[in-house]
Design a protein around this ligand. Structure first.
Ligand code: 3PG
Ligand code: MG
Length: 378
């Protein structure tokens, strides 16, 4: 993948450079004011900014934040993000949320022209948004000489290793609530991997098709046939036991009432599975430890509730201690790894959620195509 890189910008001294990053970060309230709750994506943007500043460029930064849907919504203001950037690099100007203008998401050429106005060069560093064909992703690179920033280039390089030449055994661990979000990924992965471990509530749609009773667990009935097709490849490992809660009892809170129960095999009516059980965690960990290439996306259960975090933590440990080339994508799995202090154990922790999945699935992204066309280099 031959993306144009920062070095191709030539002498940037005195030039006005617009940097598009993915600063879509979680915000938290403290003392009545909003602040950045997790600075992973902010840190990932710093190398590009310092590269430009050290060479004398005048740097302006822009991003989307949340989904304000084309109007000015106070709680999606970039103010807290700007403050976090200014703590590190006071000389960088930070524009307001790109999605305050409907032209960003509609991919408007007119909005792109307004955005690019007054700038000499464009650096696209927003890997996490590179799967969206929005104005700042696909239209601005037609207007200005445009390159990939440090983070964008690194993401594409690290993820490409799994797309182009993964070493065998290649094991993918896929979790999350809905199989509908991951079906495209699974269909594309199944061709390339030796084994796919499926956890999270999405496993129940597979289990139902195999005749397992899942009680009141989440099932996407309309996808059972497609899951059965995937099962025929004999490459999919499903959980064999589950941490469950009675229906109607609240979950998702950090420390709920300890009334969970473990069931092996069938789950009785009136109960729903919210995490993989300890036996599944052991089996999955052993498959993970045998891998030479690893991809992990999506939690094994309701990780934010400590009663149902065990499966995700077990997978995080197994991935982090494995000697495989390991890539972790997706907000929840990446956050779990960092929260458990295991991030150093993986080869690459992606800043992208949907973007990393779509890149692995399709081998390219709108943001990559836009840079590679080099249309802004008149
Ligand atoms: C993300 O966090 O997934 C990216 O910033 C893209 O945001 P979006 O899903 O709202 O397009
Ligand atoms: Mg998203």
């Amino acid at each position: 993948m031959n993306l144009p890189k920062l070095g191709e910008l030539g002498d940037v001294s005195g030039k006005s450079v617009l940097v598009r990053a993915d600063l879509n970060v979680p915000l938290v309230e403290r003392d009545g004011a909003m602040e950045v709750g997790d600075s992973f994506r902010i840190e990932a943007t710093i190398p590009t900014l310092t590269w430009l500043l050290e060479r004398g460029a005048k740097v302006t930064l822009c991003s989307h934040l949340g989904r304000p849907k084309g109007s000015v919504v106070d709680r999606y203001s970039m103010k807290p993000v700007r403050a976090a950037i200014h703590e590190r690099l006071p000389e960088v100007e930070v524009l307001e949320n790109l999605r305050f203008d409907p032209g960003e998401e509609s991919g408007s050429k007119e909005f792109a022209e307004r955005l690019a106005q007054g700038f000499d060069l464009y650096v696209f560093d927003a890997f996490g948004a590179a799967h969206r064909a929005h104005a700042s992703v696909v239209e601005v690179p037609r207007l200005l000489p445009s390159v990939a920033g440090v983070n964008m280039a690194m993401e594409v390089e690290k993820l490409s290793k799994l797309i182009e030449a993964p070493t065998s055994p290649y094991v993918a661990v896929v979790g999350g609530a809905k199989v509908s979000d991951k079906l495209g990924l699974l269909k594309s992965l199944i061709e390339k991997v030796d084994k796919v471990i499926v956890g999270g509530a999405m496993a129940f749609t597979f289990l139902v098709g195999q005749g397992v009773k899942v009680g009141n667990s989440l099932v996407q009935e309309e996808l059972v046939d497609q899951c059965n097709e995937l099962m025929k490849t004999k490459k999919i490992s499903l959980p064999v036991d589950f941490v469950c809660l009675q229906t109607g009892k609240p979950f998702g809170v950090p420390d709920g009432e300890p009334s969970q129960q473990i069931f092996e095999g069938d789950i009785p009516e009136g109960w729903l599975g919210l995490d993989i059980g300890p036996k599944s965690a052991r089996i999955f960990a052993s498959v993970i430890s045998s891998a030479s290439s690893l991809l992990w996306n999506g939690p094994m259960g309701v990780y934010e509730d400590s009663r149902f975090s065990g499966g995700t933590i077990a997978v995080a440990r197994a991935v982090a201690t494995s000697k495989a080339y390991s890539v972790v994508g997706g907000g929840d799995s990446a956050a779990a790894l960092r929260k458990e202090g295991l991030a150093d154990g993986v080869s690459h922790l992606s800043t992208g959620g949907g973007a990393s999945l779509e890149f692995i699935e399709k081998g390219t992204l709108p943001g990559i195509e836009a840079l590679n066309q080099r249309l802004g280099w008149h």
